[in-house]
Design a binder for this molecule. Structure first.
Ligand code: PLP
Length: 391
């Protein structure tokens, strides 16, 4: 028999746009023995996960469940269920994930109307109002709360009100926001919301929490055609995750163990409010530290996410070299720019278990050393002192 090399995973600190570091107890949960997916013991775990997700989303929605697939599967779920061919949908685009929503929506046969803002800026309510006025009736308005490609924290309240004024469903991508900043589905009157496990929830990629309210369900029940996707059809999944427990597909058992433990750490060990505070405090402190070092953050502080920071790459610095050395010498992963920001900025995540003081200190110090080797001087003393003073 041919001998294969053992799986050896290098030591890493995940400070990119996801996945984030996973706590040891989450890894241990995944190594627990399997249960049959209709075993009453697993059904009990499913119930507890749905309850945890309601707390994380800030909702009482009965229909709140983890879809089997990564965040993009959640995105696809939401659009294939809410849109039918010919429906008009307004998609807000100010980064990669807005673009992806527009692509997914158009594949559903919907007429996609995009409302755009420059990358690094927020979508303005008036733009959405104008589009609603021009194109009424519109089935839904979709927007990304935490645009991971730019680091923008999109305000939702006014856009939600505008959507409802025109009787459109309000759809929110909360992949990078859930667990990091408040999503508050009920308070924001979000009709349909989806997220992922690999960002601020700090479980591995593989599940996508989705929640839908009565209004969303009513629209789903009024569909003229079946949902195009069998796998992602929420009307069928209702039977599996709801009271009937009829077989639809086999839930990824171990991934659900991981999600349960990761959510338990947030809700029962740390507390959701404390978890938001940790992200906000460390994120803002690191951002102040980076600026004190002399680096430039392109997003204005009032709309800047704490859990995902974009940093301009200084003139004359080679992007790929810095990221390779961060990884090879210091074991630190950060992200490069996407789309129009490719080669122009770095994306630094402080999500979930990665959001720790020691990670910021290592990152700022390592970045300073590597930039210096490329002839770019930063004031590391000011950076560390400023960071520390903000904690
Ligand atoms: C990461 C991300 C996604 C996609 O999630 P995957 O787990 O990569 O499929 C969607 N939207 C936003 C805002 C994201 O950050």
């Amino acid at each position: 028999m041919e001998k294969r090399k053992e799986l050896l995973i290098p030591d890493r600190t995940l400070m990119g746009p996801g996945p984030s570091d996973v706590a040891p107890s989450v890894l241990r949960a995944m190594a627990s023995p399997l249960l049959g997916h209709l075993d009453p013991a697993f059904l009990d775990i499913m119930n507890r996960i749905m309850e945890q997700l309601r707390q994380l989303f800030g909702t009482e929605n009965y229909m709140t469940l983890p879809m089997s697939g990564t965040g993009s599967a959640g995105m696809e779920t939401v659009f294939v269920n809410s849109l039918e061919p010919g429906d008009k949908v307004i998609v807000c685009v100010n980064g990669v994930f807005g673009q992806r929503m527009a692509d997914v929506a158009s594949r559903c046969g919907a007429e996609v109307i995009t409302v755009e803002a420059p990358w690094g800026e927020a979508i303005q309510t008036e733009q959405v109002e104008q589009a609603l006025k021009t194109h009424a009736p519109v089935k839904a308005v979709a927007i990304v709360q935490a645009e991971t490609s730019t680091g923008v924290w999109q305000p939702l309240a006014d856009i939600s009100a505008a959507a409802h004024q025109y009787d459109a469903l309000f759809i929110v991508d909360a992949v990078t926001s859930l667990g990091g900043v408040p999503v508050e589905v009920d308070q924001h009157k979000i009709d349909i919301c989806y997220s992922g496990t690999q960002k601020c929830i700090s479980a591995p990629p593989g599940l996508s929490p989705v929640t839908i309210n009565e209004r969303g369900l009513a629209s789903l029940n009024q569909r003229k055609q079946k949902v195009q996707s069998w796998y992602l059809d929420l009307t069928m999944l209702q039977g599996y995750w709801g009271n009937e427990r009829v077989y639809h597909h086999t839930a990824p058992i171990s991934m659900n163990y991981a999600l349960y433990e990761a959510a338990r750490l947030i809700l029962s060990e740390e507390g959701l409010e404390n978890c938001y505070q940790r992200h906000l405090k460390l994120g803002r402190a690191m951002q102040a530290g980076l600026q004190a070092m002399g680096l430039v953050l392109p997003v204005e502080e009032s709309i800047r996410l704490p859990q995902l920071t974009t940093v301009e790459i200084p003139e004359g610095v080679t992007d790929a070299d810095i990221r390779k050395q961060l990884l090879d010498r210091f074991g630190i992963e950060i992200g490069g720019g996407l789309g129009v920001f490719k080669g122009k900025l770095w994306r630094v995540g402080l999500m979930g278990s990665s959001c720790r003081e020691k990670n910021v200190i290592s990152f700022l110090t390592a970045l300073h050393l590597l930039l210096k080797e490329q002839g770019c001087m930063t004031d590391i003393k000011a950076g560390l002192d400023t960071f520390n003073s903000r904690l």
